[in-house]
Design a protein around this ligand. Structure first.
Ligand SMILES: [Zn+2]
Length: 484
């Protein structure tokens, strides 16, 4: 089990003070992809980040096959007021050089993104950033393109019906070795200050019930039932076959709920009856997020083992502010034992349309006994957002800066101030043109809300290539006004 590093065991009470780049200054990070440095030039890009956003930490995308953290603007959305004024194609992969010696034990080796030539987002940027007193954290996410990754099937997750998925299995030893290989390569080949990982997915229960702000597809994501997970589940005393049957029954229940008339007992009661019949459903959901926590511990131990002073933390995906179920699983007080910081995502602008879709999706399954308006009100009460927009206004209004306050304070209380909370600030995260768009008058109050709630910093999200400079300047104004 050499690939499995132990999570940090230091007492929470000892604290784990993060290094602010300059004493007394706030931690002002921005997520940025290699494309922006290539398009705009490294020095000019850094000038812009410092002047407009008072940025002092680069969160540089080193690995992704997705568009959320790499490439230019999403095709079809308006191009921002900087960068090359054309849409681009994404291949994805590693945006830093791959040193083969670190991948000797990995079945995944061929991951270098080809679209930017030899440009290396770490080696070609870090010295220039350091010369300005800016730090660099490597940023990566679980966004894979199986078609472009040789041997991906060896690390892939497998669903309840035996079908291979598009992401990795958290318990697959080859998947874990691959993650360790990348982290070792980045930290041993570069002088990094930290790392942030985005594990943007949730367990099979939440997925089966359609707890998503995306469009509800015909195929529900019920992972993982691969041989590694089944064996590990059995070792932990879970009746894996009952869990499998339970998820297939739950899948059928969702199908009926979406298509058939409301049952005489009501939707919620029939769902709860299923949960009583198959308590293994909950056991398998817990198994899933505990496996995710193990991978957090593995990445944490790997990076800290190479560079103890590195700051290693986790982006907690947007659902943590929408779903009581996902919020319960992402227990910040537990995560604080295997993180130097957390970045929750109170993205208040795109939260408008996203939360509205989320509410309609869960109303169609679990909460079908209520109207969508009632479901929203229920969520506002459970999550602590009373007074925010009604369902018909939500997609265009977004959520207020109070939502940033609520999540920042909740996170700080959960970790008992032992690690810093850096809320993600939404600057032009893409929405449909008819939906809420970011304005400078949104960004400045959101940043101020985070700082006034006591956050020692923020992460400007989700990537520089999408942000209008006029909106980025809203962050700079807030920091100036706050005296940072
Ligand atoms: Zn698995």
């Amino acid at each position: 089990m050499g690939w499995q590093a132990a999570p940090r065991t230091a007492s929470l009470a000892q604290g784990n003070a993060a290094q602010a780049p300059v004493k007394g200054k706030k931690f002002v990070a921005i997520q940025i992809g290699a494309r922006s440095f290539v398009d705009e030039g490294v020095e000019k890009c850094l000038d812009t980040l410092q002047e407009k956003g008072r940025v002092n930490v680069l969160m540089s995308t080193v690995f992704t096959y997705g568009r959320g953290l790499a490439g230019r603007q999403v095709p079809g959305r308006p191009l921002p007021d900087h960068g090359v004024q054309e849409y681009d194609e994404i291949h994805g992969g590693s945006y830093t050089r791959v040193h083969p010696e670190f991948y000797a034990d990995s079945v995944i080796k061929d991951i270098r993104a080809p679209e930017l030539g030899e440009f290396d987002i770490l080696a070609d940027v870090i010295p220039k950033a350091k010369a300005r007193g800016m730090q660099t954290y490597c940023l990566f996410e679980e966004a894979y393109n199986p078609r472009l990754i040789p041997n991906f099937e060896k690390i892939a997750e497998v669903d309840v019906y035996g079908r291979t998925g598009r992401s990795t299995c958290l318990n697959n030893p080859y998947a874990r070795t691959f993650l360790v290989s990348m982290v070792e390569d980045w930290f041993k080949s570069n002088d990094l200050d930290g790392l942030m990982w985005e594990s943007e997915r949730q367990g099979p229960l939440n997925n089966t019930l359609g707890m998503t702000f995306g469009g509800a597809g015909p195929r529900r994501e019920i992972y993982c039932f691969c041989t590694y997970c089944r064996e590990k589940g059995r070792e932990q005393g879970i009746n894996v076959e009952r869990a499998r049957q339970g998820y297939m029954a739950l899948d059928r229940w969702v199908g009926r709920t979406l298509n058939d008339p409301r049952p005489s007992d009501g939707t919620f009661v029939t769902w709860w009856r299923l949960m009583l019949e198959y308590p293994e459903i909950l056991a398998w959901e817990k198994f899933w997020f505990h496996s995710q926590e193990e991978v957090y511990g593995l990445i944490y131990g790997t990076a800290k083992g190479i560079k103890p002073s590195a700051q290693v933390g986790w982006h907690i995906m947007h659902y943590v502010t929408m779903s009581p179920f996902y919020r319960a699983e992402q227990d910040y007080s537990r995560l604080a034992h295997m993180a130097d910081f957390l970045k929750p995502c109170p993205y208040n602008n795109c939260a408008g349309p996203r939360l509205a879709r989320y509410i309609r999706n869960v109303q169609a399954t679990l909460f079908r006994d209520l109207t969508p308006e009632q479901v929203l009100e229920l969520h506002y009460k459970i999550l602590g957002y009373e007074g925010e927009a009604t369902l018909d206004q939500l997609p265009t209004a977004g959520l207020s800066a109070n939502y940033v306050v609520a999540e920042t304070k909740r996170a700080m209380a959960a970790v008992q101030n032992t690690i810093p909370i850096y809320p993600g600030i939404d600057i032009d995260i893409p929405t449909a043109m008819s939906e809420k768009q970011t304005r400078p008058s949104d960004v400045k109050p959101a940043v101020l809300a985070a700082l006034k709630s006591g956050a020692p910093g923020v992460v400007l999200s989700r990537k520089y290539a999408e942000m209008k400079l006029t909106n980025l300047a809203g962050a700079g104004e807030a920091l100036r006004e706050f005296g940072s």
